[in-house]
Ligand binder design. Structure first.
Ligand code: ZN
Length: 101
């Protein structure tokens, strides 16, 4: 049987995959940035990945981050409305998180 190099990566089964709310690519949880809706409805970065509450994952692509604020995807995913101030905070933190780019 010819496999043509399209091997299935069954060894990754134990690593939780999450879908980016913008590009819908699934990636390892650790490669993604988690955002969590706080009790007051504001949205925070969850660098530990352990915060409780409704969460959304976004990959580290700059494009996705542009789109996530542009199309209100984040608000949709988290079922909240983000204030301008909150949004600015997130943009700032995002810049720090994506420093290497
Ligand atoms: Zn993405």
């Amino acid at each position: 049987m010819m496999t043509m190099g399209t091997r299935k990566t069954n060894t990754n089964k134990r690593i939780p995959l999450r879908m980016c709310i913008t590009c819908h690519q699934t990636m390892h949880k650790r490669q993604m940035i988690r955002l969590v809706r706080d009790v007051d409805g504001s949205v925070q970065f969850d660098s530990s990945g352990k915060k409780s509450g409704r969460g959304a994952y976004i990959c580290q692509s700059i494009e996705c981050w542009h789109n996530v604020f542009k199309n209100n995807r984040l608000e949709h995913a988290l079922k909240t409305s983000i204030t301008n101030y909150n949004r600015e905070q997130l943009v700032k933190s995002k810049d720090e998180l994506l420093d290497e780019n």
